[in-house]
Design a protein around this ligand. Structure first.
Ligand code: NAD
Length: 286
């Protein structure tokens, strides 16, 4: 069996077209959706991610407000800016690019962002919403994975899903979102003993560990759907995921590539969350 390769670039482009028309409707009401992006320091990977986010904003018609701080910035200065942005009517989403330098308590920064503008979905209010299946802002990467599965008409109900990786940003919210859709979910992580005994049972395998070649064909059930969230830069400069793509492709029914799979969806769902926030604020007359 050779898997169909899921084209994340194409799915993202179709969602962005839809968002552009939703932005058009908001513009008609005199409202331009706005996203504030706060960057502290000059981490090279963050610089690429931020550039992509700002470019995506321009593409769908969202106004972006970028705020840069030096790596030695005082947390109080960033907190003060977040509080100002919380009050601004032209800002519907606020994100702080992670990671932050060591003087920052990340949870304090994330909890200061208004839950109404928390487009990354990292505020405890939104995390709590995930537990009860009613979150305002679904975290962008797992939300993007769900959209890919939906686009490919992959049924989730009753399926065995194995999520490899248990981070707050990807693995845990992914597992909760899948459980909410009635999948039977197993979460594996770095301390899991004999990873393969779990992954081999997966009808749908979502991998977000940050380890190149972690998943090889012997670990995958024939016909499984394999979603590779990992992004790893090899010493030769090549970008790869966590899955041995060429090998696993011969065993799976559907597989995402890296790059061009989940990555473009993450940025697109950030745009989605920002537009949805602007629509909610418009409907509430705010
Ligand atoms: P993280 O380092 O916070 O978490 C990694 C998780 O994987 C942890 O729970 C850890 O226990 C687990 N893990 C590590 N090694 C493992 C192993 N050998 N076996 C099983 N589990 C193992 O990372 P993260 O922020 O969740 O990101 C994971 C990967 O996804 C990274 O490569 C990251 O770059 C990528 N990522 C991609 C996108 C995207 O848009 N495509 C978005 C976010 C993260």
């Amino acid at each position: 069996m050779t898997a169909k390769v899921i084209d994340g670039v194409a799915v993202a482009a179709s969602i962005r077209r839809e968002l552009k028309s939703r932005v058009g409707a908001l513009l008609g009401k005199g409202l331009t959706p706005g996203l504030a992006v706060i960057v502290v320091g000059s981490d090279p990977a963050s610089a690429v991610y931020v550039r992509n986010k700002i470019r995506a904003c321009a593409e769908v018609g969202i106004q972006s407000f970028r705020h840069d701080f030096p790596a030695d910035a005082k947390p109080s200065a960033v907190l003060e800016l977040i509080e100002q942005l919380n009050e601004r009517k032209d800002v519907h989403g606020i994100l702080v690019q992670l990671p932050l330098p060591p003087q920052f308590a990340i949870s304090e920064i994330l909890q200061t962002i208004s839950a109404d503008k928390d487009v990354d979905g990292f505020h405890l209010y939104n995390v709590g919403g995930l537990i009860v299946g009613n979150t305002v802002f679904p975290p962008c990467t797992p939300y993007g994975v769900l959209k890919l599965l939906e686009h490919e008409n992959v049924a989730l109900e009753g399926k065995n899903v194995v999520v490899v990786g248990a981070s707050n940003i990807v693995g845990k919210p992914m597992a909760l979102m899948l459980m909410q859709r009635d999948a039977t979910v197993c979460i594996c992580h770095a301390k899991t003993r004999d990873l393969a005994q779990f992954t081999i049972l997966a009808d749908i395998l979502v991998v977000a560990a940050g380890k190149p070649n972690l998943i090889v064909p012997q670990m995958v059930k024939t016909g499984a759907v394999v979603i590779d969230v990992g992004i790893n830069r090899l010493a030769n400069g090549k970008l790869v995921g966590d899955v041995d793509f060429a090998g696993v492709r011969e065993k799976a029914s559907l597989i995402t590539p890296v790059p061009g799979g989940v990555g473009p969806m993450t940025v697109t769902m950030l745009m989605h969350n920002t537009v949805a926030s602007a629509e909610r604020m418009s409907a509430a007359g705010r």
